[in-house]
Design a protein around this ligand. Structure first.
Ligand SMILES: NC(=O)c1ccc[n+]([C@@H]2O[C@H](COP(=O)([O-])OP(=O)(O)OC[C@H]3O[C@@H](n4cnc5c(N)ncnc54)[C@H](O)[C@@H]3O)[C@@H](O)[C@H]2O)c1
Length: 445
């Protein structure tokens, strides 16, 4: 395929060199004439393993060239990859000047082209940028229509500097954002197909998603990487004064790919609770303080959790009704353990606001029946114990709001079948696909 690459920095130079190696004809575009001259002279504008050799080879065989004139490149190609910088401003906001200019250049170059053209955004941009900036800018400058005359696709780049060529051929995933699934527009698959035909042979999963999901994924990845670095460093800081080898600790931590390095505990849902997490987070922070060690990430976990719990309470109060059914009281389905269960705290706050509650939890009721947790409820939560009912129907019969507080599968049917005028506040995403009813509210979805 014939490809324009706009922006000859790290991402653009690596992509251009690798795509030329894969047999495509690539024209790089950059307003910086030094970078353009470097490429045309067979030299890489960036220091990156293998890229120098690839640029030399493909500038010589004519499959890789560069220009400062976007129109000249676009006229000779079928698809443009936008790899321009999106630097941060002092206040953290993104500077989209380069992206807007590149989209404008593409739009003006499309005037009179008279054939379909695909535009791929590879720069890292916040959700909404493709839909609200890139597409309108190209439409405005070209007078053409997205999805008809040209297509825009978001394809975030996951390469790491210093291993960028390796990463180009071994991506962790390929994410393609487009207007797929939009009800208001006919999804245009041509640009997506053109982009995917450029992908190197790989076992990486290919995921199609709406624009905003694809845009968000890149930020979630980088926030996660930053959080991991900060977490590891804080573990190092607390281990050091105790003369514990932090690397030995983290080696063991990383061995556990079932719970630690895994998809567990990462889906947005209810605040954490139970007999271990809250207590142990407090203990490690107390221990750090007693050694004068400052742990800003670990030290704020409890505050973060509290914010989440407050949000859950607010969602329920915002339904504006007095009769509420809580389904699920223990901190997770399948246990009767009520120690530091966040739903107990939610129930107490709702009671404090004068709401009428009925609470159903199969395991808590069962344990109460057998006497197992009767003493705990009697000693610690007598006011909550009085509100427990023994079956779901009894809990929901007069409820105007049903709150799902843990993931007992029995609650799926309740949400499916509850009357249309009853509000549902789902704190755990019990429904794989949230129902499309206006009075269904999720905690983070
Ligand atoms: N560097 C990385 O490791 C990496 C990895 C993944 C994603 N990203 C993202 O990719 C994007 C590019 O990053 P980078 O590190 O390659 O940036 P960079 O600053 O190294 O290069 C950007 C290039 O774009 C050029 N440019 C500016 N306006 C232009 C225009 N109108 N037309 C054509 N070129 C133009 C600049 O002259 C510059 O050469 C950013 O959004 C970045 O966040 C970077």
């Amino acid at each position: 395929m014939k490809i324009s690459v706009l922006g000859l920095g790290y991402v653009g130079s690596v992509s251009a060199a690798c795509l030329a190696r894969d047999g495509h004809t690539v024209i790089g575009v950059d307003p910086n004439p030094i970078k353009v001259d470097l490429i045309n002279g067979g030299k890489s504008p960036v220091v990156e393993t293998e890229v120098g050799e690839l640029v030399a080879q493909h500038a010589a065989d004519g499959s890789l060239s560069a220009t400062t004139d976007a129109a000249q490149a676009i006229e000779q190609t079928d698809i443009a990859l936008i790899c321009v910088g999106t630097p941060g401003q002092d206040n953290g906001a993104l500077d989209l000047t380069y992206l807007e200019r590149a989209a404008g250049d593409v739009g003006r170059a499309l005037v009179g082209l008279d054939r379909y053209y695909a535009v791929v955004v590879r720069s890292t941009v916040l959700p909404g940028t493709c839909r609200n900036l890139v597409i309108p800018t190209i439409e405005q400058e070209s007078g053409l229509r997205h999805g008809v005359d040209f297509g825009v696709v978001m394809n975030p780049e996951f390469l790491r500097e210093a291993s960028a060529v390796y990463d180009f051929y071994n991506p962790p995933k390929i994410v393609v954002g487009s207007d797929v699934g939009d009800e208001t527009e006919d999804a245009d698959d041509r640009a997506v197909d053109m982009l995917l035909s450029l992908a190197p042979p790989t076992d990486a999963p290919v995921v199609r998603a709406p624009f905003e999901v694809a845009e968000m994924v890149k930020y979630v990845d980088n926030a996660w990487h930053a959080l991991k670095v900060g977490f590891g460093n804080e573990i190092g800081r607390i281990c050091h004064p105790l003369e514990i080898d932090s690397h030995a600790v983290m080696d063991i931590f990383c061995l556990d790919q079932k719970l630690n390095i895994s998809a567990k505990y990462l889906k947005p849902g209810m605040a954490f609770g139970g007999s271990c997490l809250p207590k142990d987070v407090r203990a490690i922070n107390y221990h750090a303080r007693s050694h004068d060690v400052d742990l800003p990430i670990l030290g704020n976990l409890t505050a973060s959790n509290e914010t989440h719990l407050e949000r859950a309470v607010k969602l329920i109060l915002d339904t504006g009704v007095r009769d509420v059914a809580i389904l699920g009281l223990s901190f997770k389905a399948g246990t009767d353990d009520l120690r530091e269960a966040p739903m107990v705290e939610v129930a107490e706050r709702l009671l404090g606001k004068g709401l009428n509650l009925k609470i159903y939890d199969q395991n808590v009721s069962l344990a109460r029946l057998t006497g197992a947790n009767a003493k705990f409820i009697h000693d610690h939560l007598p006011h909550i114990g009085e509100l427990l009912v023994d079956d779901i129907d009894q809990a929901i019969d007069t409820a105007q709001t049903v709150v799902v507080g843990n993931s007992d599968p029995a609650f799926v049917e309740v949400v499916d079948q509850v009357a249309d005028d009853v509000n549902v506040v789902d704190l755990v995403r019990i429904m794989t696909e949230p129902p499309e009813r206006a009075n269904y509210k999720g905690l983070g979805w």
